[in-house]
Every structure is written in structure tokens, then in C-alpha cells.
Design a protein around this ligand. Structure first.
Ligand SMILES: [Zn+2]
Length: 178
């Protein structure tokens, strides 16, 4: 099984959410790298859409990479942010109407909340470009909020990043039925 991992955003050009000195692009890359290790250990073939900072804010290449390589799954990894500092927790998105996307999103949501003890914001549908343009089942994971103090600690601590990676990889293994 071939899995494309997509650490959201790109670096200085487009860092994503920023709060408390933390950039979304950095924490999601750290989680994606750990997740790649977990999945490779289990025999999955893994491709990353980026392995460091990249100088673009373009989104199209992300789904394109999955399509060109005929990936079986596409996992985009993000961290959330809102103006309200009390907002917290985990949510996972799939493309509207995608049954496989919903199933994978539900498994990842359940595992992440159990592993990280984050607030359960549920599985949601969204017409995001990376979900719409990928030909394989695709999900977008919002691990936690960089704008919430405790969530931010989870996202920046090695233990939290590893916990997120283990949770997602366990869910993928469940999804794949082995
Ligand atoms: Zn993001």
C-alpha cells in the first residue's frame, strides 16, 4: 500500500497558523516525519509532499503527487487556529460523500482523541482542494489547536508528536484491515 503524507503549508512563504511562537508548518512536518517512520516500519510505501520548507504557496502539486504515483491513501496533516483561545481539540475532514474517506477519518479521529486526550470535535466534511483533487481516499487531519495553550504544548512536545504519529498509523493499519 502506497501512502502520501502531506505536511500542510510550506515554511516562511506560507507558514499556516502561528501562535505562541509556534508555526503550523513546523509541527505538522515533525508529526509527518514520525508518521512516515511508523508506516515504513510496518511495510507501507510512504511519499511526503515536502520534507522541509518549500518556497511555494501552491496547493495543486500535493494532490498531483498522489495521483501521479497512484497512491492508495492521502493524509494531509494540519494544526488548527482560531481567534478564540479557548477553542481546542481534534477534527478530521473527508470529502463530502466519500465513504472510504469517512471511514478512514473516523478511525483516525477516534485514535487521536484516545491517544492525545484532546477534545473530540468530530469527523467533518469539506470541499478542500487537497481532498477534492486526490483520486484516492483522502483525509485532512487537524491534530490540535496551535492557538490553545495546552494543545500547543502537545503539538510541540516530542511525546505529543509521536503520540499523534502512532495514533494515525494505528488507524491506517485498522483501515487497511491488518
Ligand atoms: Zn493548516
Amino acid at each position: 500500500m502506497k501512502i502520501v503524507l502531506d505536511p500542510g503549508h510550506s515554511g516562511p512563504v506560507e507558514p499556516g497558523a502561528c501562535a505562541g511562537g509556534v508555526r503550523e508548518c513546523d509541527v505538522v512536518l515533525a508529526i509527518a516525519r514520525l508518521l512516515a517512520e511508523q508506516l515504513e516500519e510496518q511495510g507501507y510505501e510512504v511519499l511526503l509532499t515536502r520534507s522541509g520548507d518549500i518556497a511555494t504557496d501552491d496547493l495543486a502539486f500535493r494532490a498531483e503527487l498522489a495521483n501521479v504515483h497512484q497512491a492508495d491513501l492521502f493524509i494531509s496533516i494540519h494544526a488548527n487556529s482560531v481567534a478564540n483561545p479557548a477553542a481546542r481539540g481534534t477534527e478530521v475532514y473527508h470529502f463530502p460523500g466519500s465513504e472510504q474517506g469517512r471511514r478512514l477519518a473516523s478511525l483516525i479521529q477516534r485514535r487521536l482523541v484516545a491517544e492525545l486526550n484532546t477534545a473530540d470535535r468530530g469527523v467533518k466534511e469539506a470541499n478542500f482542494q487537497v481532498l477534492r483533487e486526490t483520486q484516492c481516499p483522502a483525509v485532512l487531519v487537524e491534530v490540535a489547536f496551535v492557538s490553545h495553550e495546552q494543545d500547543r504544548q502537545l503539538l510541540t512536545a516530542y511525546a505529543g508528536q509521536l503520540g499523534a504519529a502512532i495514533a494515525i498509523s494505528t488507524a491506517i493499519t485498522q483501515y487497511a484491515g491488518r
